[in-house]
Design a protein around this ligand. Structure first.
Ligand SMILES: Cc1cc2nc3c(=O)[nH]c(=O)nc-3n(C[C@H](O)[C@H](O)[C@H](O)COP(=O)(O)OP(=O)(O)OC[C@H]3O[C@@H](n4cnc5c(N)ncnc54)[C@H](O)[C@@H]3O)c2cc1C
Length: 416
């Protein structure tokens, strides 16, 4: 049905819900939101650029990779842990629904003197403490003795997913449930009214589309303060940290030897805290171990859309930084001699609370952002909660206290 909004623009009330952002969270939200029959949902965001397209793009996503750590037990914060526990259970459910294997349960090894700070009492019951030599008995190719004599292994409920495959699977199921998926960038989201006074969200895109929806959910990650997605006077309080990962190519003849390798996290006093993933096949057909920095220190602060774009498109990580991570990997994986070393840039959203924001900015505009470097392992539950939140007719309908996930703004939020 076509109606004119108060600016005189003719528009159809096409959707009950428009989700902006085709990353891990938006794609999960689209699947959950489109489960309700009779609810018209669309998911809108740009598809992954090819290498040639990259310089022309300004909006990117954090899932352009083949491996993300996912585990049941994550740190000591109760809510983050809850989100990762629920996500893992949801992913197992999604595997059944979609018929796609998503979770690779290779285990997770933590090592270093500071690892106790990362282990909640319940997590300690789910794994095994191992000295460096006990670890070598189990994994003859792993030697952490240069860094620490203490490690903790989660043999189960820990491993990795392929984030591209997960995004694709979420979107495929969402589409089967009737969700429209639109490859475009949103330029603005405006709250307006139709001629007869009905509130409507107007969404305009780079390619010239104008969509209308009863509600809009932003799952736009580090890009949420850019474009005109939020009401003009609002700016969310978060940092954008430019970071990088290092990929070390594994010879095919080594794949069997390193075949049981778990994901790792290091919390040592002598070296930078790092995470790593075992050999995983990438789209070029080669296998790489991946390593990167844990935590929020030492990253490149990014503030404008132009800075983020340049960081994704043209920033090269210096050799010294790349070598720090390469050396950690070569130190702990005995006999590993990478065939090639590559690095890629990426960005991470850090909230002041270190918890995600899942909140309504106004009665018709919601947000779900804030992975804090751990957003893959929280992704499905964040999408589920955001879909439930935005579908509510009144009040807070999630079991996690609203205050924990409340969005913070640079300036105080007026009553909208
Ligand atoms: C190198 C690296 C390693 C990581 N490793 C791990 C890990 O091992 N485990 C883990 O749990 N987490 C990890 N993370 C974090 C995790 O990948 C992110 O937290 C997660 O992918 C965030 O998902 P998201 O959907 O919230 O945000 P994003 O991935 O940023 O998605 C936002 C989406 O919104 C779209 N968008 C933005 N603006 C617009 C617009 N105006 N119009 C339309 N669409 C728009 C973007 O295209 C994008 O698809 C890592 C991150 C990095 C960078």
């Amino acid at each position: 049905m076509f109606k004119r909004d108060c600016f005189g623009v003719w528009m159809a009330m096409e959707y009950d819900l428009c989700i902006v952002g085709t990353g891990l969270w938006g794609s999960a939200a689209a699947r959950h939101a489109s489960k309700s029959t009779g609810r018209k949902v669309c998911l809108i965001g740009p598809s992954e650029p090819t290498q040639q397209e990259r310089p022309e793009r300004e909006i990117f996503s954090s899932h352009y990779d083949a491996g993300r750590n996912v585990r049941k037990y994550q740190g000591t914060n109760h809510y983050r842990c809850l989100l990762s526990m629920r996500t893992l259970a949801n992913l197992r459910e999604l595997e059944k629904i979609s018929g796609t294997k998503l979770f690779n349960e290779v285990g997770h090894l933590m090592y270093g003197e500071k690892l106790h700070e990362q282990l909640s009492p319940i997590a300690q019951e789910a794994g095994i403490f191992l000295s460096a030599s006990q670890l070598r008995d189990r994994y003859p190719f792993l030697d952490i003795s240069q860094y620490s004599d203490t490690s903790f292994l989660f043999p189960h409920d820990a491993g990795y997913v392929n984030p591209r495959l997960l995004v694709g699977t979420q979107q495929r199921v969402a589409k089967q449930q009737g969700c429209d998926i639109i490859d475009d960038v949103v330029e603005s989201v405006t709250e307006t009214k139709t001629d007869d006074g009905e509130p409507v969200m107007r969404v305009t895109t780079t390619r010239g589309r104008t969509l209308s929806a009863k509600k809009v959910l932003l799952c736009t990650g580090v890009f949420t303060n850019f474009k005109k997605l939020l009401p003009l006077h609002l700016k969310l309080d978060f940092k954008i940290n430019g970071t990088f990962l290092v990929k070390l190519e594994v010879a095919r003849s080594d794949l069997e030897r390193f075949g049981t390798m778990p994901c790792t996290s290091s919390y040592t006093n002598t070296s930078v805290d790092s995470y790593s993933l075992p050999p995983i096949q990438y789209p070029d057909g080669n296998y790489y171990m991946k390593i990167g920095q844990l935590g929020n220190d030492g990253h490149v602060p990014l503030t404008t859309l132009q800075e983020v774009k340049e960081f994704y498109v043209s920033t090269k990580t210096d050799d010294a930084s790349v070598n720090v991570f390469k050396n950690i990997m070569v130190d702990i994986v005995k006999g590993f001699s990478p065939l090639s070393v590559q690095s890629e840039t990426c960005s991470v959203l850090e909230t002041p609370s270190k918890l995600p924001y899942c909140d309504m900015v106004s009665p018709r505009l919601g947000i779900a952002i804030g992975g804090n470097g751990l957003g893959a392992m929280m992704s499905d539950e964040m999408g589920r909660m955001a879909a439930e939140m935005i579908g509510a007719t009144e009040g807070w309908n999630l079991d996690i206290p609203k205050e924990q996930l409340r969005a913070r703004f640079v300036l105080p939020k007026p009553n909208l």
